[in-house]
Design a protein around this ligand. Structure first.
Ligand SMILES: C[S@@+](CC[C@H](N)C(=O)[O-])C[C@H]1O[C@@H](n2cnc3c(N)ncnc32)[C@H](O)[C@@H]1O
Length: 333
């Protein structure tokens, strides 16, 4: 028996249990209660919960680095402060939920899929809502990256294809105060939430949401300076992507730009050491586990395809260091 392998196995099983502990501590209110130091008995009283369970939870949280201990009292860590109370906390909690409720069950189905079982569709309402919440975690970085895409700063008419719950469109219109926005979303319930989001962000007077399938229905009239495909590419097959690129190119103004936000499979030792390569490859595997989704693109191949579709210039801008999430852009001549 190799102790190294046993330790590695321990890290893996521990991570799965720690994810469950984090979600349980958040859902039960235990971690909210630990904003102030508490003993097990004090936590039990605050939650009206069994003291032995609270004691064990606190010991597990402490041993996992989620809480510090002074005397007999425990207080939550900076990570839990961030998850519970920061502006990004909701998006970060949605990411935890996605790992537990979307990714793990999809991979559990892998043996059956490998045996030829049909791949399920993706897009159940709660999953869509969770994805929209989680995507807000990188919204600020995505907007900063978009600023560096040629032509975006002077864009006045913005088409957000597959706008989902409208979070990015609302953020974009808040950021570019002169821009007019048009979101296209094929799921009517999601489109309705996008309308509400635009109202909440007070940008609804400069925006409209259209319910329709961008692959099958004529796009709303008008020429666009910026067309966005934010996390939408993996909803389209290879053939659909080519048709979509041609269609969007035909509707861009001269010098207008298509900006495609997508994760990619990063190469190289650094990506492997930091775990980014594994995160991206696991997400790609999750996509392949569904009949209605396609795998992550190769960024170079994507740029070649955009050129072939008739775009004059192409390039890419990293959203996160290392570029595992980026905007691949293509500008009309
Ligand atoms: C992962 S969400 C991304 C939402 C949003 N763009 C964002 O970044 O938060 C993808 C959205 O694209 C929509 N969608 C996918 N294919 C579409 C199509 N052919 N026409 C219109 N909407 C589409 C889906 O319904 C879903 O709400």
């Amino acid at each position: 028996m190799s102790l190294r392998e046993v330790a590695r196995l321990g890290r893996l099983t521990r991570a799965a249990s720690q994810l469950a502990l984090l979600r349980a501590g958040l859902a039960s209110g235990a971690f909210a209660a630990l904003a102030e130091p508490k003993s097990a008995d004090e936590l039990a009283e605050a939650l009206a919960a069994p003291p032995d369970l609270c004691g064990a939870l606190l010991r597990a949280a402490h041993a996992s680095g989620f809480a510090s201990r002074r005397g007999g009292r425990y207080q939550r860590s900076a990570l839990l402060d961030w998850l519970c109370d920061s502006p990004e906390g909701d998006a970060a909690r949605a990411m935890l939920d996605q790992a537990a409720l979307s990714y793990a069950p999809a991979l559990d189905r892998l043996p059956a899929l490998l045996g030829g079982a049909p791949r399920p569709s993706w897009g159940e309402e709660q999953e869509v809502a969770r994805t929209a919440r989680a995507s807000r975690l990188l919204e600020g970085r995505a907007l900063a990256a978009l600023d560096r895409v040629p032509g975006v700063r002077r864009a006045r008419r913005v088409l957000d294809v597959g706008c989902g719950e409208g979070t990015m469109l609302a953020a974009l219109l808040s950021h570019y105060r002169d821009a007019l926005g048009f979101g296209v979303e094929r799921a009517p319930a999601v489109a309705e939430r996008a309308r509400r989001r635009l109202v909440a962000a007070q940008v609804h007077r400069r925006a409209e949401i259209w319910v329709g399938d961008v692959l099958r229905q004529e796009l709303p009239a008008g020429e666009w300076d910026l067309a966005l495909l934010n996390q939408v590419l993996h909803y389209c097959s290879e053939a659909e992507r080519e048709a979509l690129f041609a269609r969007l190119l035909g509707r861009l103004s001269a010098g207008g730009v298509l900006a495609i936000q997508t994760p990619v499979l990063p190469e190289g030792a650094l990506a492997r050491i930091t775990g980014i390569a594994a995160t991206a490859a696991l997400f790609d595997l999750f996509l392949h586990c569904h009949g209605t989704l396609s795998g992550l693109p190769d960024p170079t191949d994507l740029q070649v395809r955009l050129r072939a579709a008739g775009f004059a210039r192409v390039g890419s801008v990293s959203i996160v260091p290392g570029g595992s999430l980026r905007y691949v852009w293509a500008q009309r001549g």
